[in-house]
Structures are given as C-alpha cells and as structure tokens.
Design a binder for this molecule. Sequence first.
Ligand SMILES: Cc1ncc(COP(=O)(O)O)c(C=O)c1O
Length: 478
Amino acid sequence: MSGSSFRYETIARELSDAIRQGTYPPGSRMPSVRQICRQYEVSLGTALLAFRVLEHAGLLSARPKSGFYVQSQTFAETDGEPVPSRPPPEPTPVTGGRLTFSVLSTFRDPKLLRLGTTATPSEDLLPLKALGRILSGVARRDYSATATYGDPAGHLGLRAQIARRIAEAGCYCSPDEIVITSGCQESTVLSLSAVAQAGDTIAIESPTFYGILHAIETLGMRALEVPTHPREGVDLDALETLIQQQVIKACVLMPSCQNPLGASMSTQNKRRLMALLAEANIPLIEDDALGELTFTRPRPKAAKAFDETGNALYCGSFSKTLGPGYRLGWIVPGRHWESVVYLKAVTNVHAPILSQVMLAEFLGGGGYTRCINRAVRLYQQRAGVMRQWIRDFFPIGTRVTNPECGFLLWVELPSEINGVELYRRSLTKGIGIAPGIIFSPTDSYIHHIRLSCAGIADAVEAQQAVQIVGRIAKDMLE
Ligand SMILES: Cc1ncc(COP(=O)(O)O)c(C=O)c1O
C-alpha cells in the first residue's frame, strides 16, 4: 500500500484488490486467517488485523466459527478516489470569501484538534529551534538593518538562496529575477494584480485553494473552474476547449502539489500546459507553495521550467517547510517583473528585513534539504495511515485521494452526507475539519471535506478523532 509501512495494511490492500477483481466474489468465503498467516509469513494477530480492517471498511463480515465472508457491496464503491470534477463551463463571480473567513476563524480555538483546518505544516517537523537560534544571532548582529528601508525586491542574500533552491525544480534564474514577498498568498495577489483587472476571467482548478478564491474575489475578478483530476491535476483537454470558448486573462494553478487534492501533473503535461498557454498568450500564475513536499526526491520540475516566453509567474513560500509565521515567499515574475516590484513597493514596501536575513543564513547552512526530506518521509507515512483510518471508520461509499505529495487528503462522502453539517457536528466534539464548499466558487463540493495528516504526530489522539468524525458521518446516514 502506497505511503504505509504496516504489514497488515499491505495484506488488507492485496485482499481488497483481489475482492475488487472478483477473485473472491460477493458472498464467498475468504481464505482462513491461518492460510493468510502462512501465505504472508505473518503472525496470527497481523492477519487478523488485516481482516478487521476489511471488516471495518464494510467489505467482509465475520461469521462465528466459519470465517470471513465477502459482503455484497463492492470495494470499488468504498475505495475509489474522488471522481474528477466537472464544474460549470462558465465564469462565475466569487462571493464566498466572508463565509470561508468565518469558517477559518472557528479554527483559531487553541483547544481544537486540527484534522484538516488550515494547511499548516506539522510543528514537530519544522526546524523551529535552529531557526530561533539564528534569529537571535541576527537580531543581535544585524539590528541596524531595520533602521532603513530596503530593496522592494527583497534581500539579495535570500534571493540568491531561493535561486539555488528553485533550480532543483528546473527554474533557472538569477537572484535579480526574484521578488521576495510576505508569503505565497501575497505572491498570488501581486501576480493577479500585475496581469489582470477587475472583471477579468481567471481559470482555476476545481477544487482549488480557498486563498486563490479570496484573491480573485477581492480583486473583483471572475473565476472559471477547470475540471481537475484528483491525481493528474488540471484537465488539459478541458482547458484547451475553455480557452477557445472564453476570454481567459490568466490561470492560477498548482501543477506540482495541488491543494486540496494533492494532485501533481506529469512533466509531459506541464510541458503541454506551458505550450498551450504560450500559444494563447495567457500568463500562468504557478502556486508552488506545497511543491517542495512531493514524495519523490529529487522533486519533479515545476511548470515554470518549461516557460519559454517569460509569461509564467512562479510563486513559492517557506510557510509549509519552515513555518507560516515568518511570512516569507517569493515570485519569479518573468516578463511581469516591473509591475510586480512596483505593486510590492506600493503595497507594503518590502518584506521584513530581519526574517529575510535569518532565512538566508539558515538556507546557506545546508540544513534545509535534510529537514524537508525528513518531513516528506513522515508526511507520506502519515497520509498512508490516515487513509487507512478513513477506510476503517468512514461509511461505505466514501472516497479519498491517494496523494503523492503534501499532507492533505480530499474526501468525497456518500451523497447523503453534507460536508458542512459534518464540519459543524465535528466542531462540537472539538475536532476541526475543512468543509469542501470553501474550495470552490460554486456549490460543487457540498459532499466533500479536506483532512490534513500534518498534525497527527500523536497517532492515538488523531486516530480517535478520525473515528469520531467517521461515526458522526455514519450517524448522518441514518
Ligand atoms: C496552495 C497554497 N498556496 C498559498 C498558500 C499561502 O501560503 P503563505 O502562508 O505563504 O501565504 C497556501 C497556504 O495554505 C497554500 O496551501
């Protein structure tokens, strides 16, 4: 099983595949627990656990003194990934920002168990102490740097470090081509402001990160949702058709680690995307905030790597790898450099200087790669474990993504279950989940929720929380 290190999960997965393929048809008796022990060379306890997992998932039922039997419902219903989206092919005004903001504000309760609230990285996987030590050194040594205004494009030392990092994503540029921002959210707003105006249509993935919707809404633009596959990312055939039918002013996409889907486009598709947009002269705003968290190392190329016209604005951030509180991100704006630097300067002059100096020093020290590699390994494991819990505890018919990056899981619930109601009821139990509706300007994701495995360092507590949400979901079916 992808992303999991437990033997029982592998066995459960292989048996469920066999059920799906019809090796064990509905109503038939499964091999005995002892047969499975022999076949996989595992203990009785491990084999039994695998059967229990399948029983929880509603695939098997135990009959006393007789063994486990295949249920009449098929696994395809419970195990599938969410179906690719099919949003309306028309641009729509974005109006849900206030609602999303009020949902997000409920997540500020410190007692809340965060199971998918904001896409916050796991605290135990951030190098907080090392950064703190550097920060106090910088504050003692470089405090006079705060006495004057700096370059709106940002601290050159940090830009040099970013240029090195993004070369790993195939984006080769000089430090002079980079603008430091106060995080990727600002990068998106500045980029959109640089290439489009109020009333323009912006193509986005469906579902998409709510921060992108906020940016489009506050700038008075319209969103055009493009069908998006839960693993492969935006549907390029659909995008090509929409480009022919609509006047699209820009695209804001997450080609490498999509929030909330965890989808990543193939290198081939990124190349095709860039060719398509170059031909139509449409700028791409590439949100790569989560791009460093791809499970395969070295990380795949960004779409910007295939930008031959300078029309892509490549946006990134340290929020998911070093901590959102530093509020540092960047843009490589290509041919939109002048506009972006101007907008940055008139918005807030430049990013805070001491945190820029501090991050430059940390990145120069070489600990960053080690820290990301460790985080990625653990996120992969946690995503595998959490998927299994969802299968164990959520109702039959639930679908969940199998991400190849990041720490987010997108869950499609059976159509009888309203994701907002599940969010509300979970909140009363002290558990925060993100309702699917905040990821779209239309009502497309009423039956969805987003979960995050970032905060499941305490596995027992997290498992109980998933179990509680699953039970609430099952109750809602009755
Ligand atoms: C895809 C994506 N883009 C942008 C952001 C905003 O990042 P930042 O904290 O750097 O502003 C987030 C934060 O969750 C995100 O998930």
